[in-house]
Ligand binder design. Sequence first.
Ligand SMILES: [Fe+2]
Length: 363
Amino acid sequence: MKLNEDDKPHKELNQSFPLITAKPNCTDFNSLLDYLKNHQHELKSILTNHGAVVIRGYEVKTPEQFQQVGLNIFPNLQNQYPGGAPRHKVAEYVWTASGVPSYLPIAGHTELSYSPSDKPAYILFFSPQVATSGGETPVIDMKSVLLDLPEQLQEKFAHNCLVTKLFWVSTQKKLFDVRLWKWPWFRDAKSWKAVFNTQDKDLVEAKCRDAGRQTEWFTNDNLIVSCPMQAISSHPITSETIWTGWFPSFHIWGVCIEAWFVAKYQRKFRSWLVFFILFLITFGQICLEKLIPNNRKYRVLDVAFEDGSDLSFWDVYYIVKSYWQNTELFSWQEGDLIILDNYRIGHGRLPFTGERKVYTAFA
Ligand SMILES: [Fe+2]
């Protein structure tokens, strides 16, 4: 189901998600485990057919219980997260969903799309505490995203690989980058020692090589990891041709463009203010890079086509627009779990107010 023309979601969006709800008097945690034991096949076939499922109404309250549910469905849950998102491990197989400040949006993407060999097949989310307002999770149909891109762009991305880059510092370091925006504009960049859980550069190189990523070391032991990715590929189970869920934040204008669509949808003063400040910071960063071209290599995230050419502002605009055209906004209720096919369905996060807790796991 698509957003209608003025980007306002239909009121009953949540009704279109396949929903498993607890029966009255069977809402306790053990009832959920019993249900999962007896309905494994049904659950997997819902995921194959729809790409998403919501489990609601059971008394799931802690990350450990979420982990137990996850392991019941996917015994191969991952205990390593090799990506760049700011998250903290809270149990052996569970992380916080994101440490991005509440006033910022997270653009649509599939998890680890930028590192194809690390990409999980499924991603699970669980929320024990919902926001006062906002905080919906956009659930994005990547097959429709591809079909809604301008033909010229489809052609361009079908014949050109993307190369995504992550800049990781050796020790905590202040960088000026719009993707690290947190008042007052500078934030500690993520350290490769924390990402790879080691101080051993050889081990980091070996891990990256195994995952098809290239490493480039700077003076001060700062690191750039780059990885080629297809923007269009086949689903590993259904073989459908899909957009692989490239994360627009890799482009310097990506966060700002996402903030534009969020402001148009939320129509709140704060959303417009965030967009306006992001616009100024992005513009400032680009001007600085024009004056000091060497600065570009210190972008925390970057992207280019394999032949070295850049994605344009409009390339990114039409990609984000297509994400929004093919989004359903999932409004959380306390205790909800949502499972997504991470090839077919993308996710993001809308800005919110109040306290919001969401945990994640990967399979
Ligand atoms: Fe994500």
